[in-house]
Design a protein around this ligand. Structure first.
Ligand code: MG
Length: 390
């Protein structure tokens, strides 16, 4: 690949990611090296690559692959990434990656293990920021468990944990400095921080994240799957509804009876706001709408109170493994005035959905006397609901 292309990120071309994926580790079980194993719908390596692709702080991305894995290289190159060949040791692989990034104007590099798929945008940012002050920066977590030595299943001693850290990646460095450090340190090293320190570089500790685990054992895959699955399946749905005015002395909106000189007509209680929210939840589940779940042709729903519909949608979300985290409803009418009733509407919808009221929004607008709502022929409502896989 030649010079990296502008991809809408800031300061793109100066901070690179180097993702080391040349290991053969199969301790996680199976015959496939762990970086190629499936995890939460894609391969382990793809999660790490995606995190750096999404980060506005990162320009070129270089992957270091084992010579036996070059079948995978074409797709990465097609996506605009650089592919380098792994060496006999991890350090040799990193050196090859640094060589491949040379000449592209890179000033900083974040070196990351492909086996840490839960890397967050926040951690990429904090390692990058720390490089403003030191030539090296890497995330780590202070050891909080007691430390023992042991042999043959028995404790043989204890160790002071003061000042001990569990190292993570990405480990970030000024590019020329780490390149020179690796050139001066041809032998194997535990990680790039060890190489940097051997060259006398200052490396600052950035707070690591528990979620940034290295997938090594079979149980780590289950944990990573929960972290990635939980953070990735976020859905929004929208809903829209209209009911026309007819004779009456009140309208029911978002579960609250609001006095008015007309009522809303409909098969049920015609609660246009609650219907829109209910349809937004069905929409997020990609499962039809109120009319499909409660057919108007079925007489048992005549005059039904709309909390039945909303409760059904909420229960369905739960059955599918989703938690509703937020709902936002806009009522569109000239009259009645919604503002004074909005707090009660939020509280009632929050109660039905099992949410705190600060996760439910009800607001209103007029349509400037335009259209059917402007002429006072009816009320329209639109809504958005956000669902997160539990
Ligand atoms: Mg309706």
């Amino acid at each position: 690949m030649s010079a990296p292309v502008w991809n809408g990120k800031d300061d793109v071309t100066t901070t690179a990611a180097l993702i080391v994926a040349a290991g053969r580790g199969t301790r996680a079980g199976g015959s496939l090296p762990k970086q190629w194993r499936p995890l939460a719908g894609r391969r382990v390596i793809d999660h790490a690559v995606a995190a750096f692709v999404r980060s506005p702080r990162i320009g070129p991305i270089c992957l270091v692959l084992h010579p036996d894995d070059l079948d995978y290289a074409a797709a990465f190159r097609q996506a605009g990434h650089i592919v380098a060949l792994g060496g006999a040791t991890r350090s040799a692989s990193v050196r090859n990656g640094l060589d491949a990034l040379t000449g592209l104007g890179v000033t900083r590099v974040l070196i990351h293990d492909a086996a840490r798929p839960c890397i967050s945008a926040g951690l990429i940012g904090s390692v990058t920021d720390a490089l403003d002050h030191t030539p090296g920066a890497a995330p780590a977590l202070a050891v909080t468990d007691a430390l023992w030595t042991g042999a043959e299943g028995r404790v043989t001693g204890t160790r002071d944990r003061t000042g001990l850290y569990r190292a993570q990646t990405p480990q970030g460095f000024h590019f020329d400095a780490i390149r020179a450090a690796h050139a001066a340190h041809p032998e194997a090293a535990a990680d790039d921080v060890a190489v940097a320190r051997a060259a006398g570089l200052d490396v600052s500790i950035v707070p690591g994240e528990e979620r940034n685990l290295k997938v090594t054992h079979p149980g780590d895959f289950a944990r990573a799957e929960r972290i990635l699955g939980g953070s990735m399946d976020i859905r929004t749905g929208n809903g829209f509804d209209v009911h026309r005015f007819g004779p009456g002395d009140h309208v029911t909106l978002c579960g609250i009876a609001v006095p008015h000189d007309r009522g809303l007509q409909g098969h049920s209680d015609a609660d246009v706001g609650m219907h829109a929210v209910t349809d937004a939840i069905y929409g997020a589940l990609a499962d039809g709408d109120i009319g499909q779940h409660f057919p108007p042709s079925d007489p048992q729903w005549k005059g039904a109170e709309s909390h039945i519909f909303l409760s059904h949608a909420v229960a369905l979300a739960g059955e599918r493994g989703f938690t509703i985290t937020h709902a936002d409803c806009t009522l569109i009418c000239e009259h009645p005035k919604i503002g004074p009733h909005a707090p009660a509407m939020r509280a009632e919808m929050a109660r039905i959905m099992g949410l705190s009221p600060d996760r439910v929004s009800v607001k209103a607008t007029t349509s400037e006397k335009l259209g059917f709502t402007g002429r006072g022929e009816g009320i329209a409502a639109l809504a958005t609901a956000t669902l997160v896989a539990a």
